[in-house]
Design a protein around this ligand. Sequence first.
Ligand code: TNX
Length: 526
Amino acid sequence: MILKKYLNTIVIFLLVALLTSCKENPKMNLLDEVLLPKPVLVKATGSSFELKNNTKILIKGDSEELLQIGKYLANLLKPATGFKIEVKTTSKKTISNSIYLVLTKLESNYGEEGYHLNITDKNIIIKANSVKGIFRGIQTLRQVFPSEIEALNPQNRKWFIASGEIYDYPQFKYRGAMLDVSRHFFKKEDVKKYIDMIAMYKLNVLHLHLSDDQGWRIEIKSWPNLTTYGGSTQVGGGKGGFYTQEDYKEIVKYAQERYITIIPEIDMPGHTNAALASYPELNCDGKATKLYTGMKVGFSTLCTHKKITYQFIDDVIRELAAITPGPYIHIGGDESHSTKIEDYVPFINKVQDLVIAHGKQAIGWDEIVSAAIKPTTTVQYWGRPKNALKGVSKNAKIILSPSDRTYLDMKYDSITKLGLKWAGYVDLDKAYNWNPSTLISGITKKDILGIESPLWTETVTNMEEVEFMAFPRIIGHAEIGWTPDSLRVWDDYKMRLKKHAKRLKIMKINFYPSTLIDWNESESKE
Ligand code: TNX
């Protein structure tokens, strides 16, 4: 009797339950999503996956490192969704409503950084040869989510993402950014922020320009005045600053967790006034110079004839090598206009040997090719094709940092307030529209280790300004380093960048709104 009375209600309830459980996720097109850098291959399957409060991140295999990356992903998704996503290792078979991170063996062209991302209406699977590859894949997954995923507070919305498959790997092994922390000092928190920003676009190197005329920024315990005195100022006369070795290790670790290698640079024999002011014995006349807060280059040199100079460099490189897990030490070598060439050449030879003696490989700006550089030494090209060609003739690999394309301190146009213009204006098209493999005639892809975007900071004083000069140019450079040249088209990039602006705004990145792009249109679209 009772059953009869409620039968209708029960039937309706069951029907509703059935209908809602069968309801398909909305149709979405993965090809519509803005991915920067553009992946090698994207296949859309027209459906979508929903990230929910109870979605799990599951780690296949027994890797503590991968578990950590799973937690990194959960933390990334947490602020905007408000979801506390569980992360755990599993050996069970695939279940729905999960994000799987899987170490496996992909074809060799995927290398260490390639990944395969598969999104279905049931789950997400990221596969790679190494955790590094999984991390790169996570950066792509992040961009498949709506821009609001980058918000720092919970968004009241659903989190559907387009289904499909992405097969992806980089065209160059080395994809770097450089930050000059010498001309203006940037606190370790700022450096970490920069690391997070570049990691998003799959860069894998942060080169820190740690010493120059205006300031010495890394503690060297055996030569303490370098930082206590030599680090006490900066361009314009501000108080400068420096990283203790503990600070530096913290930066290195933070970068490592994002699969970014820190490359420390000690620029020499020129660009050394901060050291020359700190220790009189490094000067040929035995007199300390004055601290310098101007913007000139090329006036200082270490005394290349003195024994103590090499004792000094040996100590610096030894201490730096001990706290640098990455394979490289950058020795500068640029614009040594006050060092005679007959002194410069043996100096670079000796310093190169010291780097090797401390178990590292040397990188130097392209002027170093006048020395007897070894095949393990890498040449960073910044503008003289002759030097790059000479480097290659000595079997060195080249990092491309053409100043008229990649220098993030160049003004965008004649009305840009910050920056310099000696290499010309570098607007977004200039920064994007070039191919590494055809940039210098006689230099081909096999000679090139990768590309790097240097941000010199004579005119750049805080993070807002760093962001303004770096973004969005550096996104274009990241794409040049990652995406095969044949897949890169300026008009297509322009469209993607325009849509990406919303994400940059949500992340509060102070990017330059170049007039080459009609940014307003983007707001109505996304
Ligand atoms: C050249 S390029 C430099 C730096 C300056 C920069 C300013 C190179 C290796 N050296 O010392 O900061 O120009 O754009």
